[in-house]
Design a protein around this ligand. Structure first.
Ligand SMILES: [Zn+2]
Length: 77
């Protein structure tokens, strides 16, 4: 089983969208406490709760390829 708990993660975010923000460069959802995106090091975010929830829902149903780079780094380890 290599499937990440993206649905569970998405549920967490949807239930508490004000604790997160969306990176405007790569679209990643990150904790609101961080200053720069851990994926692309950008520092511009959309903190609109409705948008965060929307992106989280999209993430839950998106095909695996969207985060393939994460899976590849795991596999190479
Ligand atoms: Zn980013």
């Amino acid at each position: 089983m290599t499937t990440p708990d993206r649905k569970e993660m998405a549920n967490t975010i949807v239930n508490d969208p004000t604790s997160y923000k969306v990176c405007l460069v790569c679209g990643a959802i990150v904790d609101k406490a961080v200053d720069s995106c851990p994926d692309c090091l950008a520092y511009r975010f959309d903190e609109n709760a409705a948008h965060v929830a929307d992106v989280a829902l999209d993430m839950a149903v998106r095909p695996q390829t969207a985060v393939s780079h994460l899976d590849m780094s795991n596999a190479a380890d």
